[in-house]
Design a protein around this ligand. Structure first.
Ligand SMILES: Cc1ncc(COP(=O)(O)O)c(C=O)c1O
Length: 394
């Protein structure tokens, strides 16, 4: 039977990881895969996570099934963390899912049941998994303008014009904060205009919140999502704890749906649980229990928030330091945008030949669209990277 298959395309990020591992040059700079790294290039376990994990191991009494919706305490805490008090609790239903990707998959499958004829609108560009996931769920896919390669900012007028032309058969996938791959984000005023447009047209928001706390802060990063929640009757949101809790391999995410009223939310929730039951039956508990424990315990929560804030500030520092180092060498403001971007990534706007040159000559690795992981830098590497970028773009 397998002879009928042709090879699936290789995931570019994993191919790049293998290439970096095979490079023996000392001082190589890895700006590829999207994980947070400290100055030593490690992706540490957060101290609050370690403590919660030790508590779970020492006090745990059972490994029995947890149920289709997963860890309920976790889901409630995640709803509070992302939505705050922006929407009445009786309209919200949430299920734990295997990572942000799992949450997106559950929600896309649910939306396909609700409106099989809808088109999913995705930013140009977007996280490379968005489009294939929407297609795999059976949707037509279209792109809305997002990144301006000249200014390296958001093409907001074009974006808004496109959104204004949508209607009830359109689902708009929005990055809640820290846009991946560009690093360019909407201002609060622009979010307000996006929300007003969605309200006018009836297009349905699907928010992907994978980096809360990595941009301007936990509360600030939720601005857009909460603005939607205050104004729009129904929407869905996928959140991830991979980055802000550093729980990548534990696969912790949450699928949230917000209905017009409690009755519709219940019906939609029954379909969401049915989707989960027919796919993986129930999610893994360990990572979700860690998050629940941290969010419900004042001391652990504070410790986590402090560590997350330190990670965020380090990324902002790396941004400022890199743009200043480039400006000092090039006497131009061409890369000042790096300091304005937020989150783990920036799209540098380099062509593929320059990306290849940096790899071959300087052992500097980034994705071939020139997305760099800002968290992969340290002060010493910033100076070398600035040298390399300035000489390659001269
Ligand atoms: C925009 C975006 N959404 C969702 C995810 C999913 O993250 P995970 O499934 O690892 O929680 C990622 C991870 O890189 C992402 O960048």
């Amino acid at each position: 039977m397998f002879e009928t298959l042709s090879k699936a395309p290789q995931d570019k990020i994993f191919a790049l990881m293998a290439e970096i591992a095979a490079d023996n040059r000392p001082g190589k700079i890895d700006l590829g895969i999207g994980v947070y790294k400290d100055d030593d290039g490690n992706t540490p376990i957060m101290t609050a996570v370690k403590k919660a994990e030790e508590r779970i191991v020492s006090t745990g009494k059972t490994k029995t099934y947890i149920g289709v919706a997963g860890n309920k305490g976790f889901a409630n805490a995640m709803v509070k963390l992302s939505l705050g008090d922006s929407v009445a609790a009786d309209r919200v239903r949430a299920a734990q899912a295997p990572g942000g990707t799992g949450a997106l998959w559950v929600l896309l499958t649910l939306l396909k049941r609700a409106n099989p004829d809808a088109t999913v609108w995705i930013s140009d560009p977007s996280w490379p998994n968005h489009k294939p996931m929407a297609i795999a769920a059976g949707f037509k896919v279209a792109e809305y303008p997002y990144f301006d390669p000249t200014t390296r900012g958001v093409r907001f007028d074009d974006l808004l014009r496109t959104l204004d032309g949508l209607g009830k058969n359109d689902i708009v996938l929005l990055h809640g904060c820290c846009h991946n791959p560009t690093g360019a984000n909407l201002t609060h005023e622009q979010w307000d205009q996006v929300v007003a447009s969605l309200k006018r047209t009836g297009a349905f928001p699907l928010v992907d919140m994978a980096y809360q706390g990595f941009g301007d802060g936990l509360e600030e990063d939720a601005y857009g999502l909460r603005a939607i929640a205050r104004e729009i009757e129904e929407f869905v949101c996928a959140t991830s704890c991979s980055k802000n809790f550093g729980l990548y391999r534990e696969r912790v995410g949450c699928a949230m749906l917000i209905g017009k009223n409690a009755t519709e939310a219940d019906t939609a929730n029954s379909q969401m649980l049915n989707v989960i039951r027919g796919a993986y039956s129930q999610p893994p508990d360990h990572g979700a229990e860690i998050v629940r424990m941290i969010l419900e315990d004042d001391a652990l929560r504070q410790e986590w928030m402090d560590e997350l804030e330190a990670m965020r500030k380090r990324m902002v520092h790396n941004r400022t330091a890199l743009s200043e180092a480039i400006r000092k060498r090039s006497n131009s403001t061409d890369f000042d945008f790096v300091a304005d971007h937020r989150g783990m990534f920036s799209l540098l706007g380099l062509d593929e030949a320059t990306v290849d040159h940096l790899k071959a000559e300087n052992a500097v690795y980034m994705l071939d669209d020139s997305r760099v992981n800002i968290a992969g830098l340290a002060d010493e590497r910033i100076e070398r990277l600035a040298d390399a970028i300035v000489s390659a773009t001269r």
